[in-house]
Design a protein around this ligand. Structure first.
Ligand SMILES: Nc1ncnc2c1ncn2[C@@H]1O[C@H](COP(=O)(O)OP(=O)(O)OP(=O)(O)O)[C@@H](O)[C@H]1O
Ligand SMILES: [Mg+2]
Length: 458
């Protein structure tokens, strides 16, 4: 294997000599030593991709060395060489984290193959954990308002259970993100997360999408197909926009949730599944129940636990943090130099009611990052992208932003200004107080009154 360095540890010089030659011929770079302590030193100083370690050595023997290596670099593959009569001991090393063991005498070809497999496997594992990190980053939740803190608390508490969860909130408030966080933090985290937008599938197809179908169940069913319940087996099924399911489907869904058994369309037998259900809606389900478009019994089944996500306009203190997060992410993705929002721009953004919530804010930031050549975004740049201010309707929730009194408006504006300044000045209280022409004590009093807290970023 080109470019891969291995370390041989054996007390017999002759063995080291022969093996080194043979493995170098196979393309490995080889380091070798007869002493365990020397081996640990090499591992500390150099990059080693795999170790071949003799089991029986005078002084510190192979088992102790293996343990020391695993403590130092847990994921480094170690292949044990065992002599005659030590097989039992060698088997035990597998429990201690050895990748494999080979019985002496062993051909260098066999060692080469084992090394290549071990290194490939360890590279794949590294790649996988890197991918997981990327996924985690993509689904990271931003915001430190009290409302968001309460949501984080709920996520931690609820994740461990298997109870159904209903997440409610306007469009773009982060319902799906919360559903994913619940899944990732649960014991099902490494199992599938299967999302289904109930509003996006024609009603006649939804049943077979959920439960699957047998061959010939309907005209287009040319072959059998597993449904999403089966796909989500041992994992989580996310039923988004659950209010959009039809009254015909709802009893079938209820039965599946109650029994955790499903029947494919056109099938005769029922199949057990193990699925955690998370649902979401931006509609008021209680109203839907009153209007008889949603079954009450299904509601109680899916809403054992609930998380209500407040709209962004009710947690404006999250806006600067979100803006910063989205600008940094977009600039990094596009390999562009970092941009910032001018304090006046931040003020404008904080005054806007964000009917489309975080999604709308995220889209705006992306647009600005792509279209603007400025390093610091001025209010004029974003103004055209903010559709008519004031009373804006949320597409689905039919909620109007309540009119505020003059006093409320004054307080709101003052709070927004204060927050924008604090963020712009990176929470440097001295400078902020000076800029606002107030004493530091007054600043702290105001922050307390408005429930503002934050930390300086380095
Ligand atoms: N707290 C947050 N931190 C960072 N990004 C967020 C946060 N909340 C939402 N987002 C982002 O905003 C966008 C909308 O979020 P999401 O799709 O979860 O909302 P939703 O409530 O499911 O919306 P809809 O009702 O329209 O389906 C996504 O790109 C998501 O990553
Ligand atoms: Mg959604």
């Amino acid at each position: 294997m080109k470019g891969k360095t291995i370390l041989l540890v054996d007390d017999e010089k002759k063995v080291l000599f022969l093996l080194s030659d043979a493995l170098e011929e196979q393309g490995f770079t080889v380091r070798s030593t007869t002493h365990a302590s020397e081996a640990l030193k090499i591992l500390q100083e150099d990059t080693i991709d795999a170790v071949v370690l003799d089991l029986v050595m005078p002084g510190i023997d192979g088992v102790d060395t293996l343990q020391a290596i695993k403590e130092m670099i847990p994921n480094l593959p170690v292949i044990m060489l065992s002599g005659h009569g030590t097989i039992e001991k060698a088997v035990k090393t597998l429990k201690l984290g050895a990748h494999d063991f080979l019985e002496k005498p062993v051909s260098s070809d066999k060692i080469g193959i084992t090394l290549r497999n071990a290194i490939t496997q360890s590279m794949l594992e590294k790649e996988k954990s890197h991918l997981l990190e990327t996924v985690r980053e993509e689904y990271r939740m931003i915001g430190s308002s009290d409302a968001m803190k309460e949501i984080y608390r709920l996520i931690e508490k609820i994740a461990a259970t298997d109870s159904p969860v209903l997440i409610t909130g306007e469009n773009g408030t982060g319902k799906e993100l919360i559903a994913r966080a619940l899944h990732f933090k649960s014991q099902r985290g490494a199992k599938p997360f299967v999302p289904l937008n109930c509003a996006a599938i024609p009603e006649n197809l939804l049943e077979s999408e959920l439960f699957g179908h047998e061959k010939g169940a309907f005209t287009d069913a040319v072959s059998e197909k597993a449904g999403l319940f089966e796909e989500a087996h041992t994992g989580t099924l996310f039923l988004d926009e659950i209010s959009e399911t039809s009254l015909r489907l709802q009893p079938k869904l209820l039965r599946a949730l109650e029994t955790m058994e499903i029947q494919r369309v056109g099938g005769t037998s029922r199949k057990k599944v193990d699925v955690r259900i998370i649902s979401a809606t931006n509609k008021d389900l209680n109203q839907a129940i009153r209007e008889k478009t949603f079954r009450e019994d299904l509601f109680y089944r899916i809403a054992v636990l609930t998380i209500d996500v407040p709209p962004l306009r009710e947690r404006k203190e999250d806006i600067p943090e979100l803006v910063e997060h989205f600008t940094t992410t977009f600039c990094r993705e596009r390999k562009m130099p970092a941009i910032t929002f001018h304090p006046r721009t931040m003020e404008l953004v904080m005054q806007y009611p964000w009917p489309g919530n975080i999604r709308q804010l995220k889209n705006l930031v992306e647009k600005v990052v792509v279209l603007s050549d400025e390093k610091e975004i001025l209010p004029e740049t974003i103004q055209p992208h903010l559709p008519a201010n004031g009373l804006v309707l949320n597409r689905n929730s039919h909620q109007q932003i309540p009119e505020e009194t003059l006093e409320e408006a004054r307080k709101r504006v003052e709070k927004e200004k204060l927050l924008a300044k604090l963020h712009a000045m990176n929470w440097d209280y001295k400078t902020v107080a000076k800029e606002l022409n107030i004493s530091r004590a007054t600043l702290f009093n105001k922050m307390k009154a408005y429930g503002i807290s934050g930390k300086r970023k380095r």
